[in-house]
Design a protein around this ligand. Structure first.
Ligand code: SF4
Ligand code: SF4
Length: 273
């Protein structure tokens, strides 16, 4: 069943024909790069210890078409790593816009590359996506320049993540209560797309870099194949705990949080137990 829907998206008034019988995927996170130009201790996406990786544009286009055939997606979040490191950043935005015009497109960036981005590229991004800036102590002196460049200076704090502290959450013993950790976990809403599969959270996938660097064996999720599963199967999969949850620990613990600092690439930056 279809209906026409008028709404404001990324500053433009749009009218689109939407299939209202489609199920909803509230948000979708996609790494444009796994690596980063900052080196944060305990990065929850393991970008400080990842391989260099640039998302292939045709793979993304194919996967997004498949997902949009199955779901209405409200938010598409392009991140990393640092998404502005990808030379085809504007093409990713354009693909999102064309394939899923109802989606809010967001780019989560540390802002460091904004001053060196070509003006036409920056203008295109600003006109078609929301740039959400993460502010770190190490970038605080340049942050007002980044805000000016993204025209978000007057948008209060809602488009800024303040990242003064991080949290350890890995239980290397793998004996956490899966249901309990899943119930209190905030990352379970970060549905992640990679290589034709959806993952419950970035940890379940990118912990592969932790395993590689520190020779560990934390269960890396296989995700769910978006081509072989129907929308109901996908949502059922995304809304329940997975094996990897037994390696997380989100209980209150005074040793869990620490102030932002440069990573030394040590295992203890993530491990709480
Ligand atoms: S800027 Fe973000 S992605 Fe990059 S290392 Fe820091 S926390 Fe990780
Ligand atoms: S593995 Fe489970 S508990 Fe851990 S971050 Fe992912 S969804 Fe949360």
């Amino acid at each position: 069943m279809f209906k026409f829907h008028k709404y404001i998206n990324n500053k433009s008034l749009l009218t689109v024909k939407i299939n209202i019988s489609k199920l909803i995927l509230p948000s979708l996170e996609v790494h444009l790069t796994d690596h980063c130009n900052l080196n944060c201790k305990g990065c929850s996406h393991f970008s400080n210890i990842s391989d260099e990786y640039f998302l292939d544009i045709s793979e993304f286009e194919r996967d997004l078409k498949e997902l949009c055939g199955k779901f209405k997606i409200y938010r598409i979040i392009l991140l990393g790593g640092e998404p502005l490191l990808h030379p085809k950043i504007t093409e990713f935005v354009s693909i999102c816009k064309n394939i899923s015009p109802i989606s809010q497109i967001e780019i989560v960036s540390n802002g460091i590359l904004l001053p060196s981005l070509q003006k036409d590229k920056l203008d295109y991004i600003k006109n078609n996506a929301n740039i959400i800036l993460s502010k770190y102590p190490v970038t605080s002196d340049k942050f007002s320049q980044y805000l000016d460049l993204t025209d978000t200076a007057n948008m209060q704090n809602k488009l800024i993540y303040i990242r003064n502290s991080f949290r350890k959450y890995i239980n290397l013993n793998g004996n956490s209560n899966i249901k309990k950790e899943y119930s209190i976990c905030i990352m379970k809403q970060c549905t992640t797309l990679f290589n034709g599969h959806l993952y419950n959270c970035p940890f379940a996938l990118y912990v592969k870099y932790f395993n590689k660097k520190f020779n560990q064996n934390i269960t890396v999720s296989q995700g769910i194949d978006i081509y072989k599963s129907n929308p109901k199967q996908i949502l059922q999969y995304l809304n329940k705990p997975i094996e990897t949850c037994k390696y997380c620990t989100f209980e209150n613990d005074q040793n869990a949080s620490f102030a932002w600092e440069q990573s030394k690439g040590l295992m203890e930056e993530w491990v709480l137990k």
